[in-house]
Design a protein around this ligand. Structure first.
Ligand SMILES: *Cc1c(COP(=O)(O)O)cnc(C)c1O
Length: 376
């Protein structure tokens, strides 16, 4: 078997936690949901969290909770998974892409500022590879325009900036618990928000828009069974079975972070100083939970190096095709060349294997095969 670019780390405690829920009364909408949510809120330094069925659902809930709709514009980075943009479009928004900074691969505050229009409602940054966005500068840009700063933290639960955890940096933050991410619930995600009203709307949107609080009902005398819908929602709930796995994983987050940091440091040490190879940057004050180890090689060599590594069983990945290069965006009129820094980043990028259970032996193999492919 090859060495994957990312994978989950499952232990006996994780398995026992899931089995325990399976023996109980609540497979979903039970007590594990609120427990998991309060534990996420603690890690994120926020007053509350909403657990949802994926990182994509988290983004959709975030845009819905902020109140994004037709006529609104969302500024985001092209160097991300398509869901960051797609979920805003599902709400009817128009996406405006702004370029990245070449060191961290995250949204450039100056480019975001230049993309503002009177219709801008959200600036959505992505903590690429686990490195937090420049939330202070992006927050200033967003708030100066009356917009909300959304942080897609699918890569970065556990990262901090000047000791402040991701989850407390932006107005709204979303997480993903897909198996390749920093921790997993199989599928899953979560949203945290500083504004309690936004979080309430997210909670309602997650459960088909259903309102149960008697104080909020339009027809409170209908009967004790009564619940009603005031705005359309979907079913984005995370079942107790998966919340239990998430809880068990969250308890090991610090250990996962230390392992990922050690792998990152070892790559830095072994791969430093190689001509034509650019390693990931860590900005001052940032302590990332590294989800990816993104290297950059000369663009004309990227496909060959990638193919040779894959053939050698090092199952590297590329993160990401610039979002507007997807045909669906091309068909809407988005054109190549719009964000040249992100396009160059993409053309040079390869993600090396990075996960908590990556052994030193396997990491040595990755390093050797990369050196072979680089002809050093
Ligand atoms: C993984 C990911 C998502 C989507 O998360 P899922 O849980 O797979 O739906 C969104 N944004 C980014 C940046 C991601 O890496």
């Amino acid at each position: 078997m090859g060495i994957p670019y990312g994978r989950q780390s499952i232990d006996d405690d994780d398995i026992a936690a899931v089995v325990d829920v399976l023996h109980g009364d609540w497979l979903t909408i039970g007590p594990r949901v609120a427990e998991f949510e309060s534990e996420i809120a603690r890690v994120a330094g926020s007053s509350g969290a909403v657990a949802v069925s994926s990182g994509t659902a988290a983004l959709h809930c975030a845009y819905a909770g902020i109140g994004i709709g037709p006529g609104d514009e969302v500024i985001t980075t092209p160097l991300t998974f398509v869901a960051t943009a797609a979920t805003a479009m599902a709400q009817g928004a128009r996406i405006v892409f702004a370029d990245i900074t070449p060191d961290t691969g995250t949204l450039d505050p100056a480019a975001a500022a230049a993309a503002l229009t009177p219709r801008t409602r959200v600036i959505a940054g992505v903590d690429y590879a686990g490195h937090p966005i420049d939330a202070r500068a992006l927050g200033d840009v967003a708030h100066g325009a009356g917009a909300v700063l959304l942080e897609d933290a699918a890569h970065s639960i556990g990262s901090t900036f000047e000791g402040i955890p991701v989850g407390s940096l932006a107005d709204v933050t979303t997480f993903s618990f897909f198996p390749t991410k920093n921790m997993t619930s199989g599928e899953g995600g979560a949203v945290v928000a500083k504004d309690a009203a936004v979080l309430d709307r997210i909670r309602t949107f997650r459960s088909q828009g259903m309102v149960r609080d008697p104080a909020l009902l339009r027809y409170p005398d209908e009967g004790p069974w009564h619940q009603e819908v005031h705005s359309i929602g979907l079913n984005y709930r995370l079942p107790d079975v998966l919340c239990a796995l998430g809880q068990s994983q969250l308890a090991r987050l610090d250990r996962f972070k230390a392992k990922r940091a050690a792998i990152h440091a070892r790559y830095n040490r072994e791969l430093g100083g190689i001509d034509g190879l650019t390693l990931p940057t860590t900005r001052a004050g940032v302590d990332p939970m590294w989800h990816l180890y993104p290297i950059r090689v000369p663009a004309p060599e990227r496909k060959r190096i990638f193919t040779e590594l894959r053939a050698a069983g090092v199952l590297v990945q590329v993160n990401y095709l610039p979002v507007y290069w997807h045909p669906v965006f091309e068909d809407l009129g988005y054109r190549r060349g719009m964000c040249p820094v992100a396009e160059t980043y993409y053309q040079e990028e390869i993600s090396l294997p990075m996960y908590a259970d990556l052994s030193e032996h396997d990491q040595d193999r990755v390093i050797e095969e990369l050196q072979r492919a680089l002809r050093v």
